[in-house]
Design a protein around this ligand. Structure first.
Ligand SMILES: [Zn+2]
Length: 326
C-alpha cells in the first residue's frame, strides 16, 4: 500500500507525454505508480477568471507568457457544432473569419476545459469510463490534484473521466462524450461479453441511485443501508473504486448513524476515509474534516462503552446524586 503524499509536491517525474493510439497526446506511467500517489498538483493555466465565453478565453490566452501560450497550443483541439455556434454567437462573428490561431485557441479550450479550466498537464489526460486517476480541486493548495486511484503499472496510460458516467450505459456515455468528438474505446466501451455484462450493471446502478434517493426522502435507513451496500458492490464489480464508491460507503455509514449502530458507522466511515485519502490526499480540507468525523465516532463509541461498563451506583451515591440534581 502506498504512503499518502504529505505535501503539494507531486510525482510528475513518473509520467511521460506520449502519442496515445487514436487519441492524440496522452500521459503514460514511466514507472510503477502506487495507489494514492499524487501524480500532479497544479494551478489553473487558463479559465479561472473566465466566464466560459469566447471573449474571456481569448483575453486570458493573451495574458499568458509566451512559454505558457506555446504549451497551451500543444494541446488537442476540437469544436463540436454546438460549441462552435455558441462561440459564434458570443463573438458576433463566424469562426472562419477568425485567424487560424484564434480558432485554435477556442477549439483547445472547448476540448480540454475541465469545467471551465485548462491545466498544463491535467488537460492532457485522456478519458476512460474506468479511470485510474481521480482529479479534484484542493482549496488548501489552490490547485487541482490528480491522484492514482489504484496501482498503475509502468507503460500504462493514465486516464481520468470527462463525464459523470458511473451510472450510465455505454450508449449514454458515448452521447455525453460526443462534445469532445471521439468514440470511447476503453475496456468498458468495447464490444465484448464482459463489457456488455458490466453495462447491465451500470443500468442497475442507475435504477439503484434513484431508489436510494427515494429511500432517503422517506428516511427509510434500513433500506438505504442495504441499497447503498449493493451499489458499492456493483461499482467494485465493474472496476470503479474511486470517489463514487466512497460516496456509496458514506451513505451506508450515514444510515448506520441514523439506526444508532455506531460500530458499523465506524466501519463504513473508515472505508470512506481510506478511499478519499488516496483520491484527494490528507491535505485536502474534505479529508481533514472526514478524519475529524471518524475520531468523533470513536469517541462516541468509547463514551457508550464507559457507560455500559460503569458500576451500578450504591444506594448512598444515588441518594447524593439525586440531592445534587435537585
Ligand atoms: Zn469508455
Amino acid at each position: 500500500m502506498a504512503a499518502h503524499c504529505d505535501s503539494a509536491a507531486d510525482s510528475r517525474h513518473l509520467i511521460d507525454v506520449k502519442v496515445s493510439p487514436e487519441k492524440g497526446l496522452g500521459l503514460f506511467a514511466n514507472a510503477d505508480i502506487p495507489r494514492g500517489t499524487r501524480i500532479i498538483a497544479e494551478p489553473a493555466l487558463l479559465g479561472k477568471n473566465a466566464d466560459y465565453t469566447a471573449k474571456d478565453v481569448m483575453k486570458e490566452f493573451r495574458s499568458l507568457s509566451p512559454t505558457q501560450q506555446s504549451r497551451y497550443l500543444e494541446l488537442h483541439g476540437y469544436l463540436s457544432e454546438d460549441i462552435k455556434s455558441q462561440f459564434e454567437q458570443e463573438l458576433g462573428n463566424k469562426m472562419q473569419k477568425l485567424s487560424a490561431q484564434h480558432r485554435k485557441v477556442l477549439a483547445i479550450y472547448a476540448a480540454n476545459a475541465n469545467g471551465r479550466i485548462i491545466y498544463l498537464h491535467g488537460s492532457i489526460f485522456n478519458h476512460s469510463c474506468i479511470p485510474n486517476v481521480h482529479y479534484e480541486h484542493n482549496s488548501n493548495l489552490g490547485m487541482e490534484t490528480f491522484h492514482a486511484i489504484h496501482d498503475i503499472a509502468a507503460g500504462e496510460e493514465l486516464t481520468i473521466t470527462y463525464i459523470h458516467g458511473t451510472y450510465r450505459t455505454r450508449n449514454q456515455r458515448q452521447a455525453k462524450l460526443a462534445k469532445w468528438g471521439f468514440l470511447c474505446t476503453c475496456p468498458a466501451c468495447v464490444d465484448t461479453p464482459a463489457a456488455s455484462k458490466a453495462d447491465l450493471k451500470r443500468a442497475q446502478m442507475f435504477d439503484l441511485d434513484k431508489l436510494i434517493a427515494a429511500e432517503y426522502l422517506f428516511r427509510d435507513w434500513e433500506s438505504v443501508r442495504k441499497s447503498a451496500q449493493k451499489m458499492a458492490a456493483l461499482q467494485r464489480s465493474v472496476g470503479l473504486i474511486g470517489r463514487d464508491l466512497s460516496k456509496a460507503y458514506a451513505k451506508v455509514a450515514w444510515a448506520c448513524y441514523q439506526l444508532g449502530d455506531r460500530r458499523m458507522e465506524l466501519l463504513w466511515g473508515t472505508k470512506v476515509l481510506d478511499i478519499d485519502l488516496f483520491c484527494l490526499g490528507p491535505d485536502n480540507p474534505h479529508c481533514v474534516w472526514l478524519a475529524g468525523q471518524v475520531v468523533d465516532i470513536v469517541k462516541a463509541i468509547r463514551k457508550e462503552e464507559a457507560q455500559e461498563t460503569a458500576p451500578e451506583p450504591t444506594s448512598k451515591e444515588s441518594l447524593d446524586a439525586a440531592k445534587q440534581g435537585s
